[in-house]
Design a protein around this ligand. Structure first.
Ligand SMILES: [Zn+2]
Ligand SMILES: [Zn+2]
Ligand SMILES: [Zn+2]
Ligand SMILES: [Zn+2]
Length: 309
């Protein structure tokens, strides 16, 4: 809708503005919506979230068509699927798509409270699962706090340099939990320190002044200079890299807590190297940059390769 109103129609070729304004149109289905959001708007999704949305829509269809399904009468199953769906959706609405949904925070908060009322079902499942969780621990597997239901029931399924994959045994939420970054910067207003990457919103936890990513980047640059007054941060080289994830025109990836992390999109864990071809200091897949090109020069390289054919 934000990109172009016809994109929410099943078939944009049949678009008719007055019919659209009267609500007389077929809107796009989940699969196609995901495809368009990815290909046209460059949105990325958590695979587990998409699987959950698909399952939810199938179950919803079964229910409205009165089909016999295992789902009917299984309150716990319904609540838990619903819980995970809301968790993923809430994340999209309040984080990834935050700027598009400004002004709806209160409604989201009300829904959040409603869903939280179902916590009893999750606690009951947690109690029932305790023996299984103990077995996982005995097997040497690590259990951590689930970012969604907050119970100590998230099984760590894979560990990376920049975080780990978790799968909650209670609420079924699966996600990548990024490694915490604790390096602090100073607030321009109250002069107190804050761990910028640990903030859940863009406001100083002490004085509530807005902390923009641009300001944070400036501060992280200053930390480099503090550590090594000789370093020429202005020149950018080897200190601040261009981010291949958000593709910002300015370099925005700094090295803190031993990780390369983009101050703008907060993607982390990539290696930053200089591209042999265009000389930019960039993040991305090292092998791809070495044998082909970086995200900044790949179009050019592809074109010249095609021209040479
Ligand atoms: Zn959970
Ligand atoms: Zn402050
Ligand atoms: Zn980025
Ligand atoms: Zn390049």
């Amino acid at each position: 809708m934000k990109e172009h109103w016809t994109l929410i129609l099943t078939n944009p070729n049949d678009a008719n503005k007055s019919k659209f304004e009267n609500g007389d149109f077929h809107s796009v289905y989940l699969d196609l919506a995901v495809k368009r959001l990815g290909n046209i708007c460059g949105e990325k999704f958590n695979t587990a979230a998409l699987e959950n949305f698909k399952a939810l829509s199938e179950h919803r269809n079964q229910l409205v068509h009165f089909a016999h399904t295992d789902f009917v009468g299984n309150n716990e199953g319904v609540v838990i699927e619903h819980w995970a769906s809301w968790y993923y959706l809430h994340n999209l609405l309040t984080q990834q798509w935050r700027s598009y949904f400004e002004g709806y925070e209160d409604q989201f908060e009300q829904l959040q409270e409603k869903v939280t009322k179902n916590m009893g079902y999750l606690n009951a499942k947690f109690e029932a699962l305790k023996p299984q969780i103990e077995i996982e621990c005995k097997k040497g597997n690590e259990i951590s706090e689930c970012p969604s239901c907050k119970l100590e029931s998230a099984l760590i399924t894979k560990v990376y340099h920049w975080g780990h994959d978790i799968e909650c045994l209670v609420c079924d939420v699966k996600k990548l939990k990024l490694k915490d970054i604790h390096t602090e910067i100073e607030c321009y207003s109250c002069k107190k320190n804050m761990a910028y990457f640990m903030l859940t919103d863009e406001f100083c936890p002490h004085c509530s002044e807005e902390i923009t990513p641009e300001y944070a980047l400036e501060q992280y640059k200053k930390l480099y200079e503090k550590e090594d007054p000789e370093c020429l941060v202005e020149d950018g080289r080897d200190y601040i890299a261009y981010c291949h994830t958000c593709d910002d025109k300015e370099p925005s990836v700094v090295n803190v807590d031993g990780l390369w992390v983009c101050v703008y999109c907060e993607d982390r864990g990539w290696t930053a190297i200089s591209c042999d071809n265009c000389d930019s200091f960039v993040t991305g897949d090292v092998q791809r940059i070495e044998v082909f090109a970086c995200h900044r020069c790949e179009d050019e390289v592809r074109e010249s390769m095609l021209a040479g054919l």
